[in-house]
Design a protein around this ligand. Structure first.
Ligand SMILES: Cc1cc2nc3c(=O)[nH]c(=O)nc-3n(C[C@H](O)[C@H](O)[C@H](O)COP(=O)(O)O)c2cc1C
Length: 145
């Protein structure tokens, strides 16, 4: 099992509709090849996790990397992992911007700011810590998606 985490910059300002349109379109392709993960969006950036076997994770990543809706792709990590962090998530979109004000504020305090929004880390351990925080936050009653 492999996990890719990458960060990129959105070409257009990000909103929830944009995130939804990507995750809706990804759901079927990803589930067909058993790729799971999460697409985190700030006002300006994406942080995405893709989990699955070597071939499939690479194939999905190649398609994504060609997409001209984002640019400045940076690989945060590519690792062999024992288990999925996001099993059963298909491709879950999470908006860390005004849509989820409380969550945005909490993440900004912990991980810093970038261009007026949450700073998405480029270090793997920080990215995993942030994703883990989000997994916990999703259990809170005021979580919106
Ligand atoms: C930030 C971002 C994340 C994406 N994530 C996925 C994904 O997880 N799975 C997927 O199939 N397509 C994803 N896409 C869409 C692909 O880039 C691409 O548009 C889609 O797979 C269709 O590819 P094709 O036109 O080469 O068939 C994503 C696009 C962006 C901008």
């Amino acid at each position: 099992m492999y996990r890719i985490i990458y960060k990129s910059r959105s070409v257009a300002p990000l909103d929830w509709d944009m995130v939804l349109s990507i995750t809706d379109a990804s759901e079927e392709t990803n589930s067909r090849c058993g790729v799971t993960g999460v697409l985190l969006a700030s006002r300006t950036h994406y942080l995405q996790v893709l989990e699955g076997n070597f071939e499939d994770v690479n194939a999905v990543f190649r398609r994504i990397a060609r997409d001209d809706r984002h640019t400045e792709l940076s690989i945060v990590s590519f690792s062999v992992v024992d288990a999925r962090l996001f099993a059963g998530w298909g491709m879950r979109g999470i908006g860390a911007f005004d849509f989820n004000k409380a969550i945005e504020a909490e993440l900004m305090e912990k991980y810093g700011q970038e261009e007026g929004g949450v700073h998405f880390p480029l270090e793997e351990w920080q990215a995993l810590a942030m994703l883990n925080d989000i997994k916990m936050m999703q259990k809170l009653p005021d979580w919106k998606r």
